[in-house]
Ligand binder design. Structure first.
Ligand SMILES: [Fe+2]
Length: 233
C-alpha cells in the first residue's frame, strides 16, 4: 500500500514537472501544496554610464576610465553575491560560514556601488552653489558660513585612511552633517540622505595627483554639480 502511494506520488511529481516544462499555466495545474511554477526573478543591478564626465577639468581620461571600471566591478559583485546567497538559501545552506561571509561582504560591495553612483552623479558641474538656494541657507545655518562648511568637508576628506567624505541631511531634524565613511560601509548615519559624496580612496586621485590629495580635493570641489546636490536636498 505504501509502495502504491509512493509510485502515485512519483507520477504526480513527474506530471507537475513535465507540465512546467511544457509551459502549462498554473490554472491547468493542481494548486494545493505545489510551489508556484514561475516566480518573477529579482531585479539585477546595471552599471550606469558616466562617460559624459570624460573631459572635465582636473581629471584625466585614464583616471576616469579606470574608476568607471572599478565601479562596474562593484555592480557585478553585488549581482553575484545576491545570486549566490539565493542559491545557498534554496539549498538550505544559510547557517554556514560561507553564507555569513557573503552577507558581510554585501554591505561593502553594495555601498561601493551606490556611493560611486552618487559621486559620479555629483560631478561635472560648471557653476558655483546658488546662494539663494535652500541648501545654501541650511549650510550657513548649520556651519556658520559656507566657508566653514567647506573647511569642515575638506578636512573630512583629508583624513588619513581610505573612504568617503559625505554631506548628509538628517531627515529627522533637517540638520546637515559632514561624515567620514570608513571604506564603504562604516559610519553612515542611519536614515540620513547623502547630498554630496566625495571619494577619497587613493584610486580616485593617485593617477593624476600621486600623494597630493589636497590638489585632488581642490579639483573635485571645482567640478561639484551643485544643481544635482541641491536636488538631493
Ligand atoms: Fe572610487
Amino acid at each position: 500500500m505504501k509502495q502504491t502511494a509512493s509510485v502515485a506520488c512519483y507520477f504526480l511529481l513527474l506530471a507537475l514537472s513535465s507540465g512546467a516544462a511544457s509551459g502549462l499555466t498554473n490554472q491547468a495545474m493542481p494548486t494545493a501544496h505545489t510551489a508556484p511554477q514561475s516566480l518573477p526573478l529579482p531585479p539585477t543591478y546595471v552599471a550606469l554610464d558616466f562617460g559624459h564626465l570624460v573631459g572635465i577639468p582636473g581629471f584625466s581620461a585614464t583616471l576616469l576610465s579606470n574608476h568607471f571600471k572599478l565601479y562596474q566591478g562593484y555592480v557585478n559583485n553585488v549581482n553575484t553575491l545576491l545570486a549566490e546567497q539565493r542559491e545557498l538559501l534554496k539549498a538550505g545552506q544559510q547557517a554556514t560560514p560561507v553564507y555569513a561571509e557573503l552577507k558581510r561582504r554585501l554591505g561593502w560591495e553594495f555601498n561601493g556601488m551606490r556611493l560611486h553612483e552618487l559621486y559620479f552623479g555629483n560631478m561635472g558641474g560648471t557653476t558655483p552653489i546658488n546662494t539663494n538656494s535652500a541648501l545654501y541657507t541650511a549650510l550657513v545655518r548649520d556651519f556658520g558660513s559656507f566657508e566653514q562648511w567647506k573647511n569642515d568637508f575638506l578636512a573630512t576628506g583629508r583624513m588619513r585612511g581610505i573612504g568617503w567624505a559625505v554631506l548628509y541631511k538628517d531627515p529627522v531634524t533637517g540638520r546637515l552633517l559632514n561624515m567620514w565613511i570608513n571604506e564603504h560601509e562604516a559610519n553612515h548615519p542611519a536614515g540620513a540622505v547623502p547630498l554630496l559624496v566625495m571619494d577619497v580612496f587613493e584610486h580616485a586621485f593617485m593617477t593624476d595627483y600621486q600623494l597630493d590629495r589636497a590638489s585632488y580635493l581642490d579639483a573635485f570641489f571645482k567640478t561639484i554639480n551643485w544643481p544635482v546636490v541641491e536636488s538631493r536636498f
